[in-house]
Write a protein that binds this ligand. Structure first.
Ligand code: ZN
Length: 111
C-alpha cells in the first residue's frame, strides 16, 4: 500500500500527496513497473531503463524537492508531513526531459 494519494495541487495539476509523516532519509517508495523502450513524461529513468510505475506518474518536479531517487528507491530528504506534495528533481534521473515545461518553483524552463 502506498502512503500517498493523487490530488490537485495549487497549480491545479495532479500531484502526489503524502498521507503520512516522514523523517528525512525514510523510504517512501520502491519504483517498479513496465520497462518502456522510449522515455516519456510518465516514465522514470532508473539505471538507464525507462520504468512506467503507475503509482508515481503524477509525481511532479521541483528544484527544491523533498524526495530523492537513489537507484530504484525514493527517499525523503526533508521532514515531510501528511498532506505535503511529494516532488523530486527530474534532472537527477532523466538524461533527457521528453516534455519540457516551466518549473513552478523558479519559473525556469526544465528541458
Ligand atoms: Zn525550478
Amino acid at each position: 500500500m502506498n502512503n500517498f494519494q493523487v490530488k490537485e495541487n495549487k497549480e491545479q495539476i495532479s500531484g502526489l500527496f503524502s498521507t503520512k509523516n516522514y523523517k528525512s532519509s525514510e523510504l517512501i517508495h520502491s519504483v517498479t513497473g513496465e520497462v518502456h523502450k522510449e522515455p516519456s513524461k510518465y516514465t522514470i529513468e532508473i539505471e538507464g531503463q525507462h520504468i512506467f510505475d503507475k503509482n508515481i506518474i503524477y509525481m511532479n518536479h521541483s528544484c527544491m524537492p523533498n524526495t530523492k531517487v537513489v537507484k530504484e528507491k525514493i527517499f525523503a530528504i526533508t521532514e515531510i508531513n501528511t498532506g505535503d506534495e511529494l516532488c523530486f528533481d527530474y534532472h537527477t534521473t532523466e538524461s533527457l526531459i521528453t516534455s519540457p515545461f516551466v518549473c513552478n518553483d523558479c519559473g525556469k524552463m526544465i528541458e
